[in-house]
Design a protein around this ligand. Structure first.
Ligand code: AMP
Ligand code: MG
Length: 359
């Protein structure tokens, strides 16, 4: 079967006021008919297809250029559907769902026979999430399906935080894009594996390990594979092993005190500019003026650590902008502190291919 035929991609604008429109009905029908529809969630845009239809999963992998051993997250709108897709669901699942669903948390449980291996990338477990976005929930309900959806980007590109990013990557390859405006969180969901004795975070996100262990009343560990600075340990979430979020230019993170970091970045920029390269700087809102030296160009305000969601929400968009302007060397401050600092740095460090300079 060939999945790479070009098609007309319809783009519709949907918000809370027109959830009950003919266009939304059509979006639901497309999913039910085995087609792909990209839609907004609170984390990033998802590329949706019927989670119980292996053909739809194959189409998703083909459209994204994603390796088919990288499983998809199944999105549900009612908690009871957890029992349709999973089995031997541990008691922790209900506790976490009551606390965080709908929301940016994905749980890994044993898969039921209803879920095809195409959706789980051949695994006997399944990833499940209830997204906290009215358009996503309406699409699931209207389709009458459960929706398998990875991020709606071409594999290896930054995840999309607005519909235009999806169109850039997937126009002509999918049936429809639902434009529901910009997402609020901007980085992908936290993934927690509930199939082991001790719950394990496989991907950090808005929901922190501390928030999880507070609700569970037990220890939550972090997959050692996502902490390793090299490839010696394999992450448990297959998707975490791929070089994700890679911008076209070379990104380097500079860590240290505010003034030292700025001085180092200014000198690195001066050096690369003298060699004739195009550069960009990603810094905290509070530090923009530190790069106003007449040498630094393309200085981007990446949000502020004082309000971390301003950093996460725009991060991928900034990386895309760096690609668009043809930046060859990018230097970023660290955004390590705070609750979400760990999740933000997990994405930024990957985008930087682990290039970090400490000053
Ligand atoms: P994305 O939807 O693009 O955010 O990617 C989904 C992420 O969930 C990838 O990193 C997958 O490897 C991970 N994932 C999905 N299903 C499973 C599973 N059954 N076990 C472990 N990780 C999973
Ligand atoms: Mg992704």
């Amino acid at each position: 079967m060939l999945y790479n035929r070009r098609m007309e991609t319809q783009i519709i604008k949907i918000n809370k006021e027109n959830l009950d429109s003919i266009e939304m009905d059509e979006a639901g029908k497309l999913i039910a008919a085995g087609e792909l529809v990209a839609f907004p969630t609170e984390t990033v845009y998802g590329l949706g297809g019927d989670a119980l239809d292996p053909e739809a999963a194959h189409k998703i992998y083909a459209a994204k250029g994603r390796p088919s051993d990288n499983p998809l997250i199944v999105h549900i709108a009612e908690y009871e559907d957890m029992y349709r897709v999973g089995r031997n669901i541990p008691p922790q699942a209900k506790l976490l769902a009551d606390a965080f669903w709908p929301g940016p948390l994905t749980m890994i449980v044993e898969k039921s026979d209803n879920v095809p291996y195409a959706t789980t990338g051949g695994m006997d477990t399944v990833a499940v999430r209830m997204p906290n976005h009215p358009v996503a929930l309406a699409l699931i309900r209207k389709s009458g399906c459960l929706i398998a959806a990875p991020s709606a980007n071409t594999s290896g590109r930054p995840s999309p935080s607005k519909a235009s990013h999806v169109a850039e990557d997937l126009s002509g390859k999918i049936a429809m894009i639902i434009d529901g405006g910009e997402v609020s969180i901007g980085i992908e969901s936290t993934i927690i594996d509930l199939t082991e004795k001790t719950p394990m975070v496989l991907r950090p996100g808005y929901i922190t390990p501390k928030m999880l262990s507070d609700v569970l009343g037990e220890e939550v560990i972090i997959d050692p594979g996502i902490i390793a600075a090299d490839d010696t340990k394999k992450p448990k979430a297959p998707g975490m092993k791929y070089t994700h979020y890679a911008p076209k230019g070379k990104l380097t993170i500079v860590e240290g005190s505010r003034e030292d970091v700025a001085a180092k970045i200014r000198s690195l920029v001066a050096e690369k500019k003298a060699e004739g390269y195009k550069t960009a700087v990603l810094c905290d809102t509070d530090n923009v003026k530190l790069y106003d030296d007449g040498v630094c160009e393309n200085v981007f305000d990446a949000g502020t650590k004082r309000n971390e969601i301003t950093v996460s929400a725009g991060l991928y968009s900034l990386l895309r902008t760096c690609d668009d302007i043809g930046a060859q060397y990018m230097y970023s401050e660290s955004f390590e502190e705070g609750d979400m600092g760990y999740a933000i740095m997990n994405r930024l460090i990957k985008a930087a291919g682990h290039r970090i300079i400490k000053v």
